[in-house]
Design a protein around this ligand. Structure first.
Ligand SMILES: NC(=O)c1ccc[n+]([C@@H]2O[C@H](COP(=O)([O-])OP(=O)(O)OC[C@H]3O[C@@H](n4cnc5c(N)ncnc54)[C@H](OP(=O)(O)O)[C@@H]3O)[C@@H](O)[C@H]2O)c1
Length: 179
C-alpha cells in the first residue's frame, strides 16, 4: 500500500494491539467471522472507540449465494456487532456499496456515495471525515444503526447487477444539497 499510495503510513499489528491505540477501528471480514472478530477485539478497544463495520451477511459466507442476504436476529450485521461490544463503543455502519475492486483501482476515478448509519451523530461525522479523504466518495447519513439492514442488503443487489453488467456498480443518491 505504501508503494501504491505515496505518503501513506502503513503498519501491521495483531488486532488486539492495533485496537488498543486507535479510536476508529474498521471491521471488514466475512460475516461468518464477524462475531468472533468482534469478540477478539472487544476487550482491547478504547472506551470511546468507534467501530466502522462493513460486514455484509451474504449467504455466500455460509455456502449460499452471493446474491442473497442472511437474516440476522439483531436486524443487521452492524447491530449484531453493536450488541457484542461494550457500552460506550459505538458502531457506525458504512462502505457496503463500495466495491473493493473499484477502491483498489487507483487508475480509475471514484464517483459515488457511501451510505452510513449509526446512533451517534458525532461518531458518524468522524467516520465521514475519514472516508471522504478518499477522492470521489461522499458520505450520506442514512440515520440510525437499524437502517444498516437496508444498506447491507444493497450489496447483494449490486453483486447481481455486477454479474449482469460486468461492472463494479455503486450507489448515488439524487438531488442532495451541495456539500
Ligand atoms: N469485496 C467487496 O467489494 C465488499 C464491498 C462491500 C462490503 N464487503 C464486505 O466486507 C467484508 C470483507 O469483504 P472482503 O471482500 O474484503 O472479504 P475477504 O477478502 O474474504 O476477507 C477480508 C479479510 O477478512 C479476514 N478474514 C477472512 N476470514 C477470516 C476468518 N475466518 N477469521 C478472521 N479473519 C478473517 C482476512 O484477513 P487476513 O488477510 O488477515 O487473513 C481477509 O483479508 C465482508 O463482510 C463483505 O461482505 C465487501
Amino acid at each position: 500500500l505504501a508503494e501504491l499510495v505515496p505518503g501513506a503510513r502503513v503498519a501491521g499489528r495483531a488486532n488486539a494491539d492495533a485496537c488498543a491505540s486507535a479510536r476508529t477501528v474498521v471491521v471488514s471480514v466475512p460475516f461468518a467471522s464477524q462475531a468472533s472478530t468482534i469478540l477478539d477485539i472487544r476487550d482491547h478497544l478504547t472506551p470511546d472507540a468507534i467501530v466502522v463495520d462493513a460486514t455484509v451477511p451474504l449467504a455466500a459466507s455460509v455456502g449460499g449465494r452471493a446474491t442473497r442476504i442472511l437474516g440476522v436476529w439483531q436486524g443487521s450485521a452492524a447491530q449484531q456487532a453493536q450488541e457484542l461490544l461494550p457500552d460506550g463503543v459505538s458502531v457506525v455502519s458504512a462502505l457496503h456499496t463500495v466495491s473493493a475492486a473499484a477502491l483498489g483501482d487507483l487508475e480509475s476515478q471514484l464517483d459515488e456515495h457511501v451510505l452510513i448509519a449509526g446512533d451517534r451523530k458525532a461518531d458518524k461525522e468522524v467516520v465521514a471525515e475519514l472516508i471522504e479523504r478518499i477522492d470521489g466518495l461522499r458520505c450520506v447519513d442514512c440515520g440510525r444503526l437499524e437502517n444498516s439492514r437496508i444498506m447491507e442488503s444493497l450489496t447483494s443487489l449490486l453483486i447481481g447487477i455486477n454479474g449482469r453488467f460486468k461492472t463494479h456498480a455503486g450507489v448515488r443518491i439524487t438531488r442532495l444539497p451541495a456539500p
